[in-house]
Ligand binder design. Sequence first.
Ligand code: NAX
Length: 327
Amino acid sequence: DMKKVKVAVTGAAGQIAYSLLFRIASGELFGLDTKVTLNLIEIEPAMKALEGVAMELDDCAFPLLESMELSSDLKTGFDGINWALLIGSVPRKAGMERRDLLSVNGGIFKPQGEAIARYAASDVRVFVVGNPCNTNALIARKNADGVPEDRFFAMTRLDQNRAMTQLAKKSGVAVDNVSNMAIWGNHSSTQFPDFENARIGGEPAEKVIGDRAWLEGEFISTVQKRGAAIIDARGSSSAASAANAIVDSVRSIFTPTKDGDWVSLAVCSKGEYGVPEGLQFGFPVVSDGNSVRVVEGLSHDDFARQAIAKTTEELTGERSEVVELIS
Ligand code: NAX
Protein backbone atom coordinates (compact mmCIF):
# COMPACT_ATOMS: atom_id res chain seq x y z
CA ASP A 1 0.00 0.00 0.00
CA MET A 2 1.25 3.43 -0.92
CA LYS A 3 1.54 6.07 1.78
CA LYS A 4 0.70 9.70 1.08
CA VAL A 5 2.21 12.99 2.15
CA LYS A 6 1.15 16.54 1.40
CA VAL A 7 3.94 19.08 1.43
CA ALA A 8 3.77 22.87 1.23
CA VAL A 9 6.83 24.71 -0.07
CA THR A 10 7.03 28.50 0.09
CA GLY A 11 9.45 30.37 -2.15
CA ALA A 12 8.69 27.62 -4.63
CA ALA A 13 9.92 29.62 -7.64
CA GLY A 14 13.21 30.46 -5.93
CA GLN A 15 16.59 28.91 -6.50
CA ILE A 16 16.65 26.52 -3.53
CA ALA A 17 13.22 25.19 -4.43
CA TYR A 18 14.42 24.65 -7.99
CA SER A 19 16.82 22.03 -6.65
CA LEU A 20 14.58 20.72 -3.90
CA LEU A 21 11.24 20.12 -5.63
CA PHE A 22 12.60 17.56 -8.08
CA ARG A 23 14.16 15.57 -5.27
CA ILE A 24 10.87 15.54 -3.36
CA ALA A 25 8.83 14.61 -6.43
CA SER A 26 11.22 11.80 -7.36
CA GLY A 27 10.64 10.13 -3.99
CA GLU A 28 14.08 10.81 -2.61
CA LEU A 29 12.83 12.66 0.45
CA PHE A 30 9.84 10.61 1.62
CA GLY A 31 10.69 7.27 0.05
CA LEU A 32 9.57 5.20 -2.92
CA ASP A 33 6.48 3.97 -1.05
CA THR A 34 5.01 7.45 -0.64
CA LYS A 35 2.93 9.48 -3.08
CA VAL A 36 3.51 13.21 -2.83
CA THR A 37 1.21 16.18 -3.26
CA LEU A 38 3.06 19.48 -3.63
CA ASN A 39 1.44 22.73 -2.58
CA LEU A 40 3.66 25.35 -4.16
CA ILE A 41 3.35 28.80 -2.61
CA GLU A 42 4.71 32.02 -4.06
CA ILE A 43 3.98 35.72 -4.01
CA GLU A 44 1.86 37.09 -6.86
CA PRO A 45 4.73 38.50 -9.01
CA ALA A 46 6.44 35.09 -9.05
CA MET A 47 3.38 33.05 -10.06
CA LYS A 48 4.33 32.95 -13.73
CA ALA A 49 7.81 31.68 -12.94
CA LEU A 50 6.20 29.15 -10.61
CA GLU A 51 4.03 27.89 -13.47
CA GLY A 52 7.24 27.25 -15.40
CA VAL A 53 8.63 25.19 -12.52
CA ALA A 54 5.39 23.20 -12.38
CA MET A 55 5.60 22.60 -16.15
CA GLU A 56 9.07 21.13 -15.65
CA LEU A 57 7.84 18.95 -12.80
CA ASP A 58 5.06 17.74 -15.13
CA ASP A 59 7.65 17.03 -17.79
CA CYS A 60 9.52 14.68 -15.47
CA ALA A 61 6.50 12.36 -15.36
CA PHE A 62 7.41 11.43 -11.80
CA PRO A 63 5.28 8.41 -10.86
CA LEU A 64 5.13 9.45 -7.20
CA LEU A 65 3.97 13.02 -7.81
CA GLU A 66 0.24 12.77 -7.31
CA SER A 67 -0.70 16.40 -7.78
CA MET A 68 0.37 20.01 -7.49
CA GLU A 69 -1.45 23.08 -6.26
CA LEU A 70 0.02 26.49 -7.13
CA SER A 71 -1.09 29.46 -5.10
CA SER A 72 -0.27 32.73 -3.42
CA ASP A 73 -3.06 32.19 -0.93
CA LEU A 74 -2.16 30.69 2.43
CA LYS A 75 -5.48 28.95 3.00
CA THR A 76 -5.14 27.02 -0.24
CA GLY A 77 -1.40 26.58 0.23
CA PHE A 78 -1.48 25.11 3.73
CA ASP A 79 -4.73 23.15 3.42
CA GLY A 80 -4.31 19.69 4.92
CA ILE A 81 -0.52 19.67 4.67
CA ASN A 82 1.69 17.33 6.71
CA TRP A 83 4.88 19.30 6.16
CA ALA A 84 5.52 23.02 5.64
CA LEU A 85 8.92 23.82 4.18
CA LEU A 86 9.20 27.58 4.60
CA ILE A 87 11.90 28.71 2.21
CA GLY A 88 10.51 31.99 0.87
CA SER A 89 11.67 35.11 2.60
CA VAL A 90 12.99 38.52 1.77
CA PRO A 91 16.76 38.68 1.53
CA ARG A 92 18.73 41.46 3.12
CA LYS A 93 19.22 44.33 0.68
CA ALA A 94 21.93 46.97 0.72
CA GLY A 95 21.27 49.49 3.45
CA MET A 96 18.85 47.23 5.30
CA GLU A 97 19.45 46.86 9.00
CA ARG A 98 19.10 43.46 10.63
CA ARG A 99 16.16 44.95 12.54
CA ASP A 100 14.38 45.86 9.26
CA LEU A 101 15.05 42.39 7.95
CA LEU A 102 13.51 40.85 11.04
CA SER A 103 10.37 42.95 10.82
CA VAL A 104 9.91 42.42 7.07
CA ASN A 105 10.16 38.69 7.61
CA GLY A 106 7.90 38.89 10.62
CA GLY A 107 5.26 40.11 8.17
CA ILE A 108 5.71 36.82 6.30
CA PHE A 109 6.08 34.29 9.11
CA LYS A 110 3.32 35.54 11.43
CA PRO A 111 0.52 35.03 8.89
CA GLN A 112 2.11 31.76 7.78
CA GLY A 113 2.17 30.49 11.39
CA GLU A 114 -1.49 31.48 11.80
CA ALA A 115 -2.51 29.82 8.54
CA ILE A 116 -0.64 26.61 9.40
CA ALA A 117 -2.48 26.45 12.72
CA ARG A 118 -5.84 26.89 10.98
CA TYR A 119 -5.52 24.81 7.85
CA ALA A 120 -2.73 22.23 8.14
CA ALA A 121 -3.21 18.57 9.11
CA SER A 122 -3.04 17.83 12.83
CA ASP A 123 0.34 16.11 12.46
CA VAL A 124 1.94 19.08 10.68
CA ARG A 125 5.66 19.72 11.02
CA VAL A 126 7.20 23.01 10.03
CA PHE A 127 10.76 23.40 8.76
CA VAL A 128 12.09 26.93 8.28
CA VAL A 129 14.91 27.75 5.87
CA GLY A 130 14.24 31.41 4.96
CA ASN A 131 16.57 33.71 6.86
CA PRO A 132 16.91 34.73 9.59
CA CYS A 133 15.66 31.16 9.95
CA ASN A 134 15.86 30.68 13.72
CA THR A 135 13.85 33.80 14.49
CA ASN A 136 11.48 33.26 11.57
CA ALA A 137 10.73 29.82 13.03
CA LEU A 138 10.16 31.42 16.43
CA ILE A 139 7.69 33.89 14.89
CA ALA A 140 5.79 31.16 13.02
CA ARG A 141 5.70 28.96 16.13
CA LYS A 142 4.44 31.70 18.41
CA ASN A 143 1.61 32.47 15.99
CA ALA A 144 0.53 28.87 15.41
CA ASP A 145 -1.88 28.43 18.29
CA GLY A 146 -2.47 24.81 19.13
CA VAL A 147 0.46 23.39 17.14
CA PRO A 148 2.92 21.86 19.65
CA GLU A 149 6.18 23.79 19.79
CA ASP A 150 8.26 20.67 19.12
CA ARG A 151 6.84 20.56 15.57
CA PHE A 152 8.95 23.57 14.54
CA PHE A 153 12.48 23.34 13.22
CA ALA A 154 14.98 25.69 11.60
CA MET A 155 17.85 24.63 9.38
CA THR A 156 21.42 24.31 10.67
CA ARG A 157 22.16 21.17 8.64
CA LEU A 158 23.96 22.94 5.81
CA ASP A 159 26.41 24.25 8.41
CA GLN A 160 26.77 20.74 9.87
CA ASN A 161 27.49 19.27 6.44
CA ARG A 162 29.98 22.03 5.66
CA ALA A 163 31.75 21.41 8.99
CA MET A 164 31.91 17.64 8.43
CA THR A 165 33.58 18.11 5.06
CA GLN A 166 36.15 20.53 6.49
CA LEU A 167 37.07 18.01 9.21
CA ALA A 168 37.24 15.16 6.70
CA LYS A 169 39.51 17.13 4.36
CA LYS A 170 41.81 18.26 7.14
CA SER A 171 42.23 14.72 8.47
CA GLY A 172 42.40 13.11 5.02
CA VAL A 173 39.48 10.74 5.51
CA ALA A 174 36.19 10.24 3.68
CA VAL A 175 33.37 12.40 5.04
CA ASP A 176 31.36 9.42 6.29
CA ASN A 177 33.99 8.90 8.99
CA VAL A 178 32.95 12.17 10.59
CA SER A 179 30.15 11.97 13.13
CA ASN A 180 28.62 13.81 16.09
CA MET A 181 28.91 17.22 14.44
CA ALA A 182 26.58 19.77 15.99
CA ILE A 183 26.00 23.42 15.20
CA TRP A 184 25.04 25.40 18.27
CA GLY A 185 22.87 28.49 18.23
CA ASN A 186 22.01 30.74 15.33
CA HIS A 187 22.33 29.99 11.61
CA SER A 188 24.54 33.07 11.25
CA SER A 189 28.16 34.03 11.63
CA THR A 190 27.91 33.54 15.40
CA GLN A 191 27.08 29.83 15.10
CA PHE A 192 29.38 27.44 16.97
CA PRO A 193 30.42 24.33 15.00
CA ASP A 194 31.24 22.08 17.96
CA PHE A 195 34.56 20.43 17.17
CA GLU A 196 34.98 19.52 20.85
CA ASN A 197 32.35 16.81 20.67
CA ALA A 198 32.77 15.85 17.00
CA ARG A 199 34.32 12.50 16.15
CA ILE A 200 36.44 11.19 13.29
CA GLY A 201 36.48 7.42 12.90
CA GLY A 202 34.92 7.25 16.37
CA GLU A 203 37.78 9.18 18.00
CA PRO A 204 37.60 12.75 19.28
CA ALA A 205 38.16 15.06 16.28
CA GLU A 206 40.57 17.17 18.27
CA LYS A 207 42.80 14.17 18.97
CA VAL A 208 42.75 13.03 15.32
CA ILE A 209 43.46 16.49 13.93
CA GLY A 210 45.94 17.46 16.61
CA ASP A 211 45.76 21.14 15.79
CA ARG A 212 43.61 23.07 18.24
CA ALA A 213 44.62 26.42 16.74
CA TRP A 214 43.25 25.35 13.34
CA LEU A 215 40.01 24.15 14.91
CA GLU A 216 39.49 27.37 16.86
CA GLY A 217 40.53 29.55 13.94
CA GLU A 218 40.35 28.53 10.30
CA PHE A 219 37.87 25.68 10.79
CA ILE A 220 35.25 27.78 12.54
CA SER A 221 35.64 30.78 10.29
CA THR A 222 35.51 28.66 7.12
CA VAL A 223 32.19 27.17 8.24
CA GLN A 224 30.80 30.50 9.43
CA LYS A 225 31.76 32.29 6.20
CA ARG A 226 31.05 29.51 3.73
CA GLY A 227 27.82 31.12 2.53
CA ALA A 228 29.70 34.29 1.60
CA ALA A 229 32.46 32.28 -0.10
CA ILE A 230 29.85 30.55 -2.29
CA ILE A 231 28.29 33.89 -3.26
CA ASP A 232 31.74 35.21 -4.10
CA ALA A 233 32.59 32.22 -6.29
CA ARG A 234 29.25 31.49 -7.91
CA GLY A 235 27.67 34.92 -8.04
CA SER A 236 24.62 33.66 -6.19
CA SER A 237 23.98 32.01 -2.87
CA SER A 238 24.08 28.31 -2.03
CA ALA A 239 21.12 26.57 -3.61
CA ALA A 240 21.72 22.90 -4.43
CA SER A 241 23.65 22.35 -1.20
CA ALA A 242 20.89 24.10 0.73
CA ALA A 243 18.28 21.88 -0.94
CA ASN A 244 20.39 18.86 -0.07
CA ALA A 245 20.53 19.97 3.55
CA ILE A 246 16.73 20.29 3.57
CA VAL A 247 16.45 16.67 2.38
CA ASP A 248 18.92 15.57 5.08
CA SER A 249 17.17 17.59 7.80
CA VAL A 250 13.62 16.46 7.07
CA ARG A 251 14.72 12.82 6.80
CA SER A 252 16.59 13.17 10.09
CA ILE A 253 13.37 14.23 11.82
CA PHE A 254 11.30 11.19 10.80
CA THR A 255 14.12 8.60 10.68
CA PRO A 256 15.70 7.18 13.86
CA THR A 257 19.19 8.62 14.33
CA LYS A 258 22.10 6.21 13.93
CA ASP A 259 23.15 4.80 17.31
CA GLY A 260 25.69 6.98 19.06
CA ASP A 261 25.45 9.80 16.52
CA TRP A 262 23.43 13.01 16.48
CA VAL A 263 22.36 15.65 13.96
CA SER A 264 21.98 19.43 13.98
CA LEU A 265 18.60 21.09 14.06
CA ALA A 266 17.39 24.33 15.58
CA VAL A 267 14.54 23.43 17.95
CA CYS A 268 12.59 25.19 20.68
CA SER A 269 14.81 25.37 23.75
CA LYS A 270 13.42 23.88 26.93
CA GLY A 271 16.35 25.40 28.83
CA GLU A 272 18.91 22.72 27.95
CA TYR A 273 22.50 23.82 28.62
CA GLY A 274 21.19 27.03 30.16
CA VAL A 275 19.84 28.33 26.81
CA PRO A 276 16.82 30.56 27.52
CA GLU A 277 13.55 28.71 27.13
CA GLY A 278 11.67 29.32 23.90
CA LEU A 279 14.61 30.42 21.71
CA GLN A 280 14.78 28.49 18.44
CA PHE A 281 18.29 27.22 19.02
CA GLY A 282 20.70 24.96 17.14
CA PHE A 283 21.43 21.87 19.23
CA PRO A 284 22.67 18.32 18.77
CA VAL A 285 19.50 16.22 18.57
CA VAL A 286 18.45 12.62 18.12
CA SER A 287 15.24 11.31 16.63
CA ASP A 288 13.34 8.16 17.58
CA GLY A 289 11.63 8.28 14.18
CA ASN A 290 8.77 10.33 15.48
CA SER A 291 10.08 13.20 17.56
CA VAL A 292 13.47 14.65 18.35
CA ARG A 293 15.12 15.50 21.63
CA VAL A 294 18.22 17.48 22.52
CA VAL A 295 21.27 15.39 23.46
CA GLU A 296 22.13 16.29 27.02
CA GLY A 297 25.26 15.90 29.11
CA LEU A 298 27.86 17.06 26.58
CA SER A 299 30.71 19.07 28.02
CA HIS A 300 32.40 22.19 26.78
CA ASP A 301 35.48 24.10 27.84
CA ASP A 302 35.63 27.87 28.32
CA PHE A 303 36.25 28.52 24.62
CA ALA A 304 33.09 26.66 23.59
CA ARG A 305 31.04 28.10 26.44
CA GLN A 306 31.97 31.62 25.35
CA ALA A 307 31.10 30.86 21.72
CA ILE A 308 27.73 29.45 22.76
CA ALA A 309 27.11 32.46 25.01
CA LYS A 310 27.76 34.78 22.05
CA THR A 311 25.33 33.08 19.68
CA THR A 312 22.76 32.86 22.51
CA GLU A 313 23.10 36.59 23.02
CA GLU A 314 22.52 37.22 19.32
CA LEU A 315 19.35 35.12 19.30
CA THR A 316 18.08 36.77 22.47
CA GLY A 317 18.64 40.12 20.75
CA GLU A 318 16.72 39.00 17.66
CA ARG A 319 13.86 37.82 19.85
CA SER A 320 13.68 41.16 21.61
CA GLU A 321 13.46 42.93 18.23
CA VAL A 322 10.40 40.94 17.19
CA VAL A 323 8.71 40.93 20.56
CA GLU A 324 5.54 42.62 19.25
CA LEU A 325 5.13 39.81 16.69
CA ILE A 326 5.29 37.00 19.20
CA SER A 327 3.28 38.16 22.18
P1 NAX B 1 15.37 33.14 -3.87
O1 NAX B 1 15.36 34.62 -3.76
O2 NAX B 1 15.92 32.50 -5.08
O3 NAX B 1 13.89 32.59 -3.67
C1 NAX B 1 13.07 33.04 -2.66
C2 NAX B 1 11.66 32.97 -3.19
O4 NAX B 1 10.78 33.25 -2.10
C3 NAX B 1 11.36 33.97 -4.28
O5 NAX B 1 10.88 33.28 -5.42
C4 NAX B 1 10.29 34.86 -3.68
O6 NAX B 1 9.33 35.29 -4.61
C5 NAX B 1 9.68 33.93 -2.64
N1 NAX B 1 8.96 34.60 -1.56
C6 NAX B 1 9.23 35.79 -0.97
N2 NAX B 1 8.30 36.09 -0.06
C7 NAX B 1 7.43 35.07 -0.06
C8 NAX B 1 6.24 34.81 0.66
N3 NAX B 1 5.76 35.70 1.56
N4 NAX B 1 5.58 33.66 0.42
C9 NAX B 1 6.03 32.79 -0.50
N5 NAX B 1 7.13 32.99 -1.23
C10 NAX B 1 7.84 34.12 -1.00
O7 NAX B 1 16.13 32.63 -2.55
P2 NAX B 1 16.77 31.21 -2.26
O8 NAX B 1 18.16 31.22 -2.71
O9 NAX B 1 15.87 30.15 -2.74
O10 NAX B 1 16.83 31.26 -0.66
C11 NAX B 1 15.65 31.27 0.11
C12 NAX B 1 15.97 31.55 1.56
O11 NAX B 1 16.81 30.54 2.11
C13 NAX B 1 16.69 32.87 1.80
O12 NAX B 1 16.10 33.53 2.88
C14 NAX B 1 18.09 32.44 2.20
O13 NAX B 1 18.72 33.38 3.01
C15 NAX B 1 17.78 31.17 2.94
N6 NAX B 1 18.89 30.23 3.14
C16 NAX B 1 18.97 29.59 4.33
C17 NAX B 1 19.93 28.63 4.59
C18 NAX B 1 19.98 27.93 5.89
O14 NAX B 1 20.92 27.18 6.10
N7 NAX B 1 19.04 28.09 6.81
C19 NAX B 1 20.96 28.31 3.59
C20 NAX B 1 20.57 28.69 2.20
C21 NAX B 1 19.84 30.00 2.07
O15 NAX B 1 20.78 31.03 2.11
